[in-house]
Design a protein around this ligand. Structure first.
Ligand code: 5GP
Ligand code: MN
Ligand code: MN
Ligand code: MN
Length: 287
């Protein structure tokens, strides 16, 4: 196994936390001297899929507004990067599942985001214990049920699936921001989740962006996860990274190895107007 850690005593192939983990803007100011985040044009919906390819259709942050979306192009695999509801109410989860059922894609892969509260059992426990008064409106929800309602997709949570020979890893965590679902402190706590991602996955789906790609907020600050970028660039090197969360970061960029897709359908004002993002990958040869 390759030893990527700077600590030579520790025989793990995973990374250590970045010294600037808690200062993403500063971390990017250093990296941008040598790193690129070149804009990539999306595949037009009417472009025919090349022979021997798999078509992926990416959406994120639909926030229970998918009925107001425009055209959703057909494809082989639909990917949803979280925030499919506003608060995770079970009826909204059911509605989302029903909507998924109306779509023609033979494969659908979904992760949760910080708004899908009922998917985070630890948070639900705190809500039911009365420790999170801000979320009073979800106090009667049964968290145990939420995941079982998603019958029309593959739900990933720090787990992997193989679709048509393509390895996909999904994870809902994002850097702490007002203590919603699946929040982790920057640095070691969130890196522990990224260290679970196996090398060799083709597509990584997380709710939040990495540093430097689709991660600039309305106030002009880079807020992406430094340790997620390190994990992608130094260790996992997926072909595609799909995410949302920072709605205003919608769009596609590349560092030359990985293509980064912020597929937020909703704008920063929660208008579901950004189109889904399409890409094609060659079908892997049979082993
Ligand atoms: P959501 O509430 O849907 O997760 O995120 C909606 C918006 O909140 C984003 O588009 C972004 O403007 C803001 N936001 C979410 N996470 C962060 C963060 O970590 N830092 C900052 N500054 N803004 C965030
Ligand atoms: Mn919000
Ligand atoms: Mn969102
Ligand atoms: Mn979010």
């Amino acid at each position: 196994r390759r030893v990527m850690s700077s600590d030579s005593d520790h025989k793990s192939a995973t990374l250590d936390a970045d010294p600037l983990a808690a200062q993403p803007q500063k971390a990017w100011d250093q990296r941008k001297v040598v790193q690129t985040a070149a804009k990539v044009e999306p595949v037009p919906f009417d472009k025919e899929k090349p022979p021997g390819h798999i078509r992926f259709v990416c959406v994120s942050d639909t926030h229970s507004r998918s009925d107001r979306m425009g055209t959703i192009p057909d494809g082989d695999v639909l990917l949803h990067a979280g925030d499919f509801t506003d608060l995770g109410h079970l009826q909204k989860v059911k509605d989302f599942n029903t909507w998924l059922g109306t779509l023609p894609h033979p494969h659908k892969v979904v992760i949760a985001g910080n708004h899908d509260l009922t998917f985070d059992p630890k948070l639900m426990q705190e809500i039911r214990a009365g420790r999170r008064p801000m979320f009073w409106a979800v106090r009667d929800e049964e968290a145990e049920m939420a995941k079982s309602l998603l019958t029309n997709c593959i739900y990933l949570e720090d787990s992997e699936t193989n679709v048509m020979g393509i390895r996909i890893w999904g994870s809902p965590w994002q850097p702490w921001f007002y203590d919603w679902a699946f929040n982790k402190e920057r640095g070691k706590p969130i890196l522990e989740k990224w260290n679970l991602i196996p090398e060799g996955v083709d597509i990584l789906v997380t709710h939040g962006p990495p540093l430097g790609h689709g991660d600039v907020t309305i106030t002009g600050q880079h807020v992406g996860c430094v340790d997620l970028l390190n994990t992608i660039q130094k260790r996992v090197k997926p072909k595609y990274h799909i995410f949302g969360h920072i709605h205003e970061g919608y769009g596609i960029t590349t560092d030359g190895t990985t293509t980064y897709v912020n597929a937020s359908v909703c704008t920063v004002r929660y208008q579901p107007v950004n189109p889904p993002i399409v890409f094609d990958l060659p079908t892997p040869e049979e082993a």
